[in-house]
Design a protein around this ligand. Structure first.
Ligand SMILES: Nc1ncnc2c1ncn2[C@@H]1O[C@H](COP(=O)(O)OP(=O)(O)O)[C@@H](O)[C@H]1O
Ligand SMILES: [Mg+2]
Length: 474
């Protein structure tokens, strides 16, 4: 009786509590579905589903929500798992250890977090989670897409999960605001889009944080050679302005993070991102993050605002996660006015494409600057373009490092320092190729040398460089 009364009280509370609280939604749809008539292969999973719904109800009656709210998330999980375990023992169905664990996990996950997405979020090998309506869940592992064998128990369960995700950023999702960008408490980026905009059910896309790799880790993963690593290290140490270019998911942020790791500890670094992904280890880092407008359309802070503000923060280095618009002009101006050694990424498919794309992006600024003037800015600001690409086998590679050799208002001219030349895939479908290394222009080699970061002797340099004259110690 006491239990029941407590359960009633909880139900009353739920009504006034909004979607972020653990027990809202109450699985009514799951119950309806479990009661419905399912046939054939669906019956086994339907029995499991029905048990899950019953245990969910029992668990709801058993626990004290107020007490639960005082615990941190790990303690909440431990507490719920213990209660579930007791409930199963008390009810006494014969379950294998696996079945028992599966049902405990499902019920507790649904109660506390993002339901069936929880085990995927807990799996470090999953880099992206994509939900296309209640029945279709895909994940990306090691660069490859995999379809999950299970889905949400109902559309309501999916919508409840979405409500929980967006409640974390004080937003709601419905027909009048069907697209929301949010963050999980752990920081991962989430995009939600629901009908009528998405035609086949609500869609969730969760991007995991890229694993931080050091430059040496990336050499070990065969993303580039040790020579390329030496070249890139010299570029960062000699304070060259470096643009990392590539398509979505080619590893731009990962490389930007690795390159940033080469900046000396003594420098003051300002990072500017749409969604803070960089994980710098230096002691003196100021992380800035842009902000979208709120529901009333107010309070937006753009990358552009942050770039401008950063100039007044006495930065030694400015790192911009990605330029996508008019902020490119501010970034170029910063690079040209003493803020050298800046690092930035841009979405482009080749090194040549990267410079012309920056030109287009810079022209999106509301300050009207003639194209020739923008070209001048790019020619004098950008030193190095690092192009990334993703192979058919999911591998990510640096496919080109090029230096900008044009100056003033000249047409863009790039000179390659290295190139990955791909070969046709063999029966194993793995991406292979050879790395071609080009001579480093003499002026560039001397720039490294004069900054106290000479290139190692085994890296070829064009004739005429002062640093390679006989008698010069490297
Ligand atoms: N060199 C690499 N080798 C293996 N995996 C990588 C590499 N670079 C990136 N990844 C993985 O690829 C995914 C996308 O990387 P990310 O840096 O976010 O790409 P982008 O910024 O270009 O969208 C992440 O899961 C990341 O861990
Ligand atoms: Mg990125």
């Amino acid at each position: 009786m006491a239990l029941l009364r407590r359960a009633e009280a909880h139900k009353l509370k739920q009504g006034s509590q909004g979607p972020e609280k653990p027990w809202s939604g109450n699985g009514a749809a799951g119950q309806a579905r479990a009661k419905g008539t399912l046939t054939g292969a669906a019956q086994a999973s339907s029995a499991h589903e029905q048990a899950a719904v019953e245990y969910r109800q029992l668990l709801l009656e058993e626990i004290d929500l107020e007490e639960l709210a005082r615990l941190d998330s790990t303690q909440q999980r431990v507490r719920l798992e213990r209660v579930m375990s007791q409930l199963i023992s008390r009810k006494g169905p014969v379950l294998s250890t696996r079945e028992r664990q599966a049902i405990i996990r499902q019920v507790v996950d649904e109660a506390l977090g993002l339901g069936i997405l929880e085990p995927l979020l807990a799996d470090p090998s999953v880099t992206e989670i994509m939900v296309n309506g209640p029945d279709d869940i895909f994940v990306e592992r090691a660069g490859r897409l995999e379809r999950m064998s299970y889905g949400f128990s109902s559309n309501e369960q999916l919508m409840q999960t979405i409500d929980r995700i967006v409640a974390g950023v004080n937003r709601r999702v419905d027909e009048s605001s069907p697209m929301v960008d949010a963050r999980l408490p752990t920081g991962e980026r989430v995009n939600v889009i629901v009908p009528p905009l998405s035609l086949d059910g609500a869609s969730i896309t969760i991007r995991r944080f890229p694993t931080p790799f050091s430059i040496n880790d990336l050499v070990e993963k065969d993303s580039f050679t040790a020579e390329t690593a030496e070249l890139l290290t010299a570029c960062v140490r000699a304070r060259l302005n470096v643009v990392v270019s590539g398509g979505t998911g080619t590893g731009k942020t990962t490389l930007l993070n690795a390159l940033s790791g080469l900046i000396p500890d003594s420098e003051r670094i300002v990072t500017i991102e749409d969604s803070a992904e960089l994980q710098l280890q230096q002691p003196h880092v100021i992380r800035l993050e842009s902000r979208p407008a709120n529901i009333e359309g107010k309070g937006q802070v753009t990358i552009r605002d942050l770039v401008r503000n950063s100039l007044r923060m006495r930065p030694d280095r400015i790192i911009v996660g990605e330029v996508r618009g008019g902020e490119t002009l501010d970034m170029l101006q910063a690079m040209n006015t003493g803020h050298d050694g800046s690092l930035v990424t841009v979405h482009a498919n080749s090194a040549d494409d990267a410079v012309s794309r920056m030109e287009t992006l810079a022209s999106m600024s509301e300050i009207e600057v003639p194209y020739e003037a923008i070209r001048d800015q790019i020619n004098s600001a950008v030193d190095i373009i690092v192009q990334l690409s993703r192979g058919g086998d999911g591998s990510r590679r640096v496919v080109e490092v090029a230096t900008v050799v044009s100056s003033r208002r000249e047409e863009f001219a790039l000179q390659p320092l290295m190139r990955f030349e791909q070969e046709p895939p063999g029966p194993d479908r793995l991406t292979r190729g050879t790395v071609k290394q080009f001579e480093v222009p003499a002026a560039l080699a001397d720039r490294f040398w004069l900054s106290g970061n000479p290139l190692p002797a085994h890296i070829p340099v064009e004739a005429g460089a002062a640093c390679r004259q006989p008698g010069v110690a490297i």
